[in-house]
Design a protein around this ligand. Structure first.
Ligand code: CMC
Length: 427
């Protein structure tokens, strides 16, 4: 008999198996708990709950480690490409050259959107937030690609996964084009996944668009850094939506909706707005004091993380990438100095030290994206674009598990007990 955890409840002892993963904390298997004790566990925000078994991504928050299928994020960001990382997440192993070329070709061939879907955009107000458009358009994909929505069929699942990964740049670029009143550009199959996205976003039909290799590389690296992140809020949303058997396009639309919030993917937009508001390094102490004040709702955006209690390894790469993009584009943004100083001051402040609050992936990403030319409203849309591969890989992993069940949490009910209805004249 392996490890057991003992629980005493209602004067009786119960044993629960302790399961071990390949690395990381063991988990107490409480699946029989309710049947045996009549009790639920209570864990709002899931701070102590492993909601599933997964072989995709591992995070050690105390050590600041992030692994995709075992490979450290720093190595992937330095040496790999977003297409290769996508293949790795979906298939479990790094591809051979032939496998990578084939995967790349498949994704490239799926980048066009159904022409009628393009007319959807016109229904949005010109000032619509790109994330509002993304939720709508991605949800609408299920109305266009009926031929790949049988989730029980692995081939259908693969096709819809490829479609989602491939079409996301086209959808995001069109959301941007619509907001600035420029014509949509069709994908160009001669370009890389990332180069194609840059062209569809910043190119115009009136002239050739030249992809700047350093920008393409930086953008591709940003996509790698956002590709997957274990069971975060939006991924758990995708899994929960998918657990009912909903089609993948609807599930990813649900993930996009969850990602939008400022505590999650929306933090990159909020972090840059915050840096702009702070403006000069002299004003930093005022904002540090506000972040520490319990009566002030202000938080340092791009700081802190539910899992990382150390430097977010993605922020390390992001900070380095800022300099590379500045050098390539021969620009300098004084907000970078403000961000560096803010980090320095916060990391020497006892409040942030005690609470283990470090910069996260969103702290520096906005500075890079803004230097490349993206408006802040596009930041979270880019996060959604890159995270799509993680979402579909996690969704696939869940659906292919023969023991998969609908997700159905329970609750601690604190409302009124049963009572009788009173007609309105008796109330
Ligand atoms: N600024 C000031 N104080 C903070 C911050 C912050 N950014 N983050 C956490 N704290 C404090 C918080 O007030 C609390 O203090 P106390 O224990 O005295 O009540 C303590 O630290 C723990 O915070 P929490 O909110 O209980 O922790 P959480 O794990 O629920 O929240 C978080 C994690 C990411 C939502 C939070 O750190 C936060 O709001 N950060 C700013 C938003 C942000 O940058 N989000 C992006 C996360 S990374 C990208 C992604 O995955 O989407």
């Amino acid at each position: 008999m392996g490890n057991q955890a003992k629980l005493t409840a209602g004067g009786k002892d119960f044993d629960y198996p302790v399961l071990s993963g390949s690395i990381g904390p063991d988990v107490i298997d409480i699946r029989k708990l309710y049947g045996q004790t009549g009790m639920f566990t209570y864990d709002p925000g899931f701070t102590s709950t492993a909601s599933c078994e997964s072989a995709l991504t591992y995070i050690d928050g105390d050590e600041g480690v992030l692994l995709h299928r075992g490979y450290p994020i720093g190595q992937l960001a330095e040496n790999s490409s977003f297409m290769e990382v996508s293949y790795l997440l979906l298939n479990g192993e790094l591809p051979s050259k032939t496998e990578l070329d084939e995967f790349d070709r498949t994704i490239t061939r799926h980048t066009m959107l159904h022409e009628q879907l393009m007319s959807f955009y016109k229904g949005f107000r010109r000032d619509a937030h790109p994330m509002a458009i993304m939720c709508g358009v991605v949800g609408a994909l299920s109305a266009f690609y009926h031929d790949s929505t049988d989730i029980a069929d692995p081939v259908h699942r693969r096709i819809s996964s490829h479609r989602l990964i491939a079409k996301m740049p086209t959808i995001a670029a069109a959301a941007y084009k619509y907001s600035v009143g420029q014509p949509f550009l069709y994908p160009d199959n001669s370009l890389s996944y990332t180069g194609n996205f840059l062209r569809m976003t910043f190119g115009v039909p009136a002239e050739e668009y030249e992809v700047v290799p350093a920008v393409e590389k930086a953008m591709d690296r940003i996509f790698i850094l956002h590709a997957d992140h274990e069971q975060n809020a939006s991924t758990s949303t995708v899994r929960l939506a998918g657990s009912s058997g909903a089609n993948p396009f609807a599930c990813i639309a649900a993930g996009i909706a969850c990602l939008w919030g400022p505590a999650h993917g929306g933090a990159n937009e909020a972090a840059l707005e915050m840096l702009k508001e702070i403006g000069r390094p002299e004003r930093i102490p005022e904002y540090i004091e506000r972040a520490k004040d319990k009566n002030d709702p202000f938080r340092l955006m791009g700081f802190g993380h539910r899992v990382y209690k150390n430097y977010d390894p993605r922020a390390t790469v992001m900070q380095k990438t800022v300099r590379e993009v500045f050098d390539a584009l021969k620009v300098n943004d004084p907000l970078f100095e403000t961000a560096l100083r803010l980090e320095e001051i916060a990391l020497s402040d006892p409040y942030f030290i005690e609470k283990k609050l470090f910069p996260n992936v969103d702290f520096y990403s906005g500075i890079i994206l803004s230097a490349i030319g993206f408006p802040t409203t596009m930041f979270t849309a880019l996060f959604a674009l890159a995270r799509t591969v993680g979402w579909v890989a996690q969704w696939n992993e869940m659906i292919s598990d023969p023991g998969q069940k609908i997700g159905r949490p329970r609750q601690l009910y604190t409302g009124p007990a049963q009572r009788d209805y009173l007609p309105v004249d008796k109330r």
